[in-house]
Write a protein that binds this ligand. Sequence first.
Ligand code: C2E
Ligand code: MG
Ligand code: MG
Length: 604
Amino acid sequence: GYYATSSDIHEQKTVEEELRRTNTILSAHFDNTPLAVMEWDTALRIVRWSGQAESIFGWSASETLRRPLSGWRLLYEDDEASVSEMIKGLMEGRERHATLLHRNYRKDGSVIWVEWHNSALRDGSGKVISILTLAQDVSSRMQAEERLQFMATHDGLTSLPNSVLLNDRLEATLSRALRARSRVAVMFLDLDHFKDVNDTLGHRVGDLLLKEVSRRIRAALRQIDVLARISGDEFVVVLEDLPDEDAPDHVARKILDEVRRPFQIEGHEIHVSGSLGLALYPEDGTDSETLLKNADAAMYQAKELGRNGFRAFSMELGQRRAHRRTIETALRRALKSDELRLHFQPIMDIKDGRVTRAEALLRWYDPGHGLVLPAGFIPLAEESGLGHAVGHWVLDAASRQARAWRDAGLGDIVVCVNLSASQLRDTAMLADLKKTLQRNGCEPSWLQFEITETSMVRDVEGASLVLAKLRALGMRIAIDDFGTGFSSLSHLRTLPVDVLKVDKAFVADIDARPGSKNTRDPERGDRAGGAAIVSAVIGLARGLGLDVVAEGVEKQEQLDFLKAQGCAAAQGYLICQPLPADEFEAWLRSRARRKPPRKKRLTS
Ligand code: C2E
Ligand code: MG
Ligand code: MG
């Protein structure tokens, strides 16, 4: 017979089935995933090495199984420490998972970036029995990131560090210098007239020139020196570990010499020069921002001093810059908050003593500084782009005043307005002027304009076009400070002008006769020429059919001389100081009462 026992193994079979299924799923996943799957036993020998692991690292499963982690070229030397630290953490049960990005060698010796996701596998009692690793080759991502990082910190044209990286490097340099108590030199270099190269030879040649300039400067520096291109034609050099006191000067000269040597670019021989400013740590600043700002200020001064040279930063230079900035801000406010005023100085016809013109002279009552004269802020306004706004204010105020005086029955007073260089260049000035005149009910002939020769030098043709248009509107034009600018007689012949104003410097020297003790002034040379110049200008004006006004007449002898020479009009403290509008009006009225015009007195 037979004997049978049976037991219910359904549970067991289901579990087995389940296990098999899980295993199949896992294996399918392991084989299909783009990740390399690896497993290490507790002795850190490889017990699993998937097909994807082979394609990422190059070794086959048969070459790697049973191999320990160390002892072959899989780990990149610099990253070994961090990998063993991570494995220790997993093995000792401190961590369950750990992700690490590091470099690995491939079988062919090349280096790849790999992201490792590791998990500790445990048995029922919780003991770690192996480590499962899923790994991914992220080299192309890392390269893209490196590339992006490079692009964000370097200049695309020259591959030099840009201002972002310069700041980092400079900060690092300064903290080293602080510890080592050493000095650092920061240099700011700007090419002179680089725009001309771009304009005449094109941007391509301009770009090639910049590349060549940066190559030459780089070659003139030590490896540890930083050279950065921070914008167009501006470079910054940072020198640390200065070998001696003279090193910065020496390097500055070397850089400028390199820039000055002619460049051969696409068949063109190009000559450029540079202006360089130097600031030293710690004396000229202890943080990167101040040092860069001061090197920049010194560079500007090198430009002002005629370019093609270098300047070291000095405290006065810094103070001047700071002063400029304060004035600029204050002037912006002044325009808004009614701090500007016009003063008026009479211009007297010498023959009969009549006053038919007044020069409008700008004054600024700064609540912080008191009265500021135009020399203290007009050049600055011009530099900072406030010239238009100031000019507009003056035109508006002057035309309103001209109207007001006509309305008040003060006579046919012509208001003489000084025009600046930027107003002459401003294409919108004419339209603005017409609108202003209309708004204020002022006839063009009630104004006269004064322009200095120097304000026209940049573009005589352009200026003379504007002057012709002003004249066509019905205004008279005077050349101010005549004799101190370029005084080209050929220009004078063609410029549309009506009046010459002889500069006060010549008038002041009228009485310095040749042979007198006081004829040589170390600053002004031979002053005795004053009288000769004044009479020459008067003669010249007469020959050209122009009116002449002598400025700065302070003494009766000067007025007598001018009268004898046939000068038409005079202006100066002898007659009257510049006065606020109401005082000018009062002055003119009392004068009319006290002193009838000479002509009438002569005939009566
Ligand atoms: P400017 O047009 O040659 O003005 C004459 C300057 O000589 C004025 O100086 C006037 O106050 C001064 N002056 C008058 N009489 C005498 C005198 O007898 N002796 C001496 N030593 N000086 C005398 P101010 O007012 O300081 O103006 C200086 C310059 O500023 C002006 O020279 C003019 O070029 C400019 N300026 C004044 N107002 C304006 C303005 O509204 N716009 C522009 N663009 N420039 C202006
Ligand atoms: Mg003037
Ligand atoms: Mg003048």
